[in-house]
Design a protein around this ligand. Structure first.
Ligand SMILES: Cc1ncc(COP(=O)(O)O)c(C=O)c1O
Length: 392
């Protein structure tokens, strides 16, 4: 099945944010886009076929919420993550970020504090700030080329105005798949201080064989009562543009508050195509995903080897999942802005600047490796040529 992922598909002029907005964001149509977190692969064939079939029907009225969709989600979580949830815990949302915004709005008050763990997916900062809440940054610590949570520090950062923690699991951009021990300890601290945990597990299916994703809420009943889990087929099956995600809340009180909030915006009805794609992905996409993960893992190893051999001043941070690679470029001795210019102007690749993920992301950059090997090799070649001209 490697050919499926090896195929280079032209995404230009498909309203692709990653490809078609290069001119706007980077002032160039020539940079190779390795930034936005979607993949350049075609989704599983059954998904493509189901969408074509639905499109051919020709009538696209409002879609109903159906048991079969919920059952597909429940089945996926049980099969893939050994997590048994009840159908009634599920709510639908058009996206994980909208969900987090709604949760902050309905479960905290203006002026309350929300914890995040930088470097982290940058919209976390924006959603907290824009909601008029304050950020508490429990920054991750980099040790031996891998990141760890600083839970001793977290204990010292909490007071009664801290109401919520945003967990990114697995973690974007550093690629950690948190262990049961780490999650259990984090959970204990949040339980002790009565902090609601929003577990963003959007990358939860994208984990390499050597590691295992543990849904935080599956660890204990007590933790489940204080955790809200956001999942989506969007990253997993490359259907982010179809805007379908799920929210799992076993605590009836929290669930009611969330549902009321989302209903205020009349966003509780699924997009017809999103619904079809999500259900078919969960029911028939498992085999595709296994192959996709092998491909991404090989790409990850390729980057590691290529960078070690050709660009020794750059370090590839050890990752256990996701199609994002976090590159430590601090030994290039450039400011974040200079590193950006170097990648864009000299190497002609568009990466995600490390500094947008938090101050401690300065000197790093994030590369999206969810692309055919040929494209990845081209991106690395470009960086290598610029590196040789500048540093050798
Ligand atoms: C950790 C994380 N959360 C949320 C999102 C966005 O999710 P959605 O498109 O469902 O809002 C992303 C996308 O890259 C992400 O990496």
């Amino acid at each position: 099945m490697r050919e499926y992922f090896d195929e280079t598909i032209d995404r230009n002029l498909t309203f692709s944010y990653k490809w078609d907005e290069r001119k706007k964001f980077f002032d160039s149509d020539e940079v190779l886009p390795m930034w936005v977190a979607d993949m350049d692969f075609r989704s599983p064939k059954p998904v493509v076929d189901a969408l074509i079939n639905r499109a051919q029907h020709g009538v696209y009225g409002y879609s109903s919420s159906t048991n079969s969709y919920d059952e597909a989600v429940v089945g996926w979580l049980e099969q893939r993550h050994h997590w048994k949830i009840k159908r009634e815990w599920l709510s639908y949302s058009p996206g994980v970020m909208p969900t987090i915004g709604f949760l902050i709005a309905c479960l905290t008050e203006p002026g309350d504090k929300v914890v995040l763990q930088s470097p982290v997916y940058y919209p976390f900062f924006d959603v907290i700030k824009r909601s008029g809440r304050k950020i508490v940054d429990n920054a991750l610590v980099l040790e031996d080329n891998t990141y760890k949570m600083d839970l001793d520090k977290l204990e010292t950062q909490l007071d009664s105005s801290v109401k919520m923690l945003l967990l990114c699991s697995p973690h974007n951009p550093v690629g950690r798949v948190w262990t049961k021990d780490e999650l259990t300890r984090l959970g204990e601290i949040c339980l002790k201080h009565n902090i609601i945990i929003v577990a963003d597990e959007i990358h939860g299916d994208l984990v390499f064989k050597q590691s295992k994703h543990i849904p935080l809420a599956s660890i204990s009943e007590e933790l489940a009562q204080q955790t809200i889990t956001c999942i989506a087929p969007s990253k997993t099956f490359n259907i982010a543009g179809l805007q379908a995600s799920s929210v799992i809340i076993s605590n009836a009180d929290l669930r009611l508050k969330f549902r009321k909030e989302i209903s205020r915006y009349s966003l509780n009805m699924m997009n017809t195509f999103g619904r079809v794609a999500a259900e078919v992905s969960y029911r028939q996409g498992g085999e595709w995903l296994d192959h996709c993960l092998e491909y991404i893992y090989d790409n990850n190893q390729y980057v590691k080897q290529y960078v070690e051999t050709n660009m020794p001043l750059i370090k590839v941070i050890q990752s256990e999942g996701t199609y994002l690679v976090w590159l430590d470029c601090r030994d290039l001795k450039m400011s974040g802005q200079e590193l950006r210019e170097f990648m864009l102007k000299k190497a002609k690749v568009a990466l995600s600047d490390g500094f947008i993920f938090g101050e401690n992301g300065d000197g790093f950059t994030r590369m999206n490796i969810g692309c055919p090997r040929e494209v990845l090799a081209e991106g690395l070649e470009r960086i290598k040529s610029a590196y040789i001209k500048t540093f050798e």
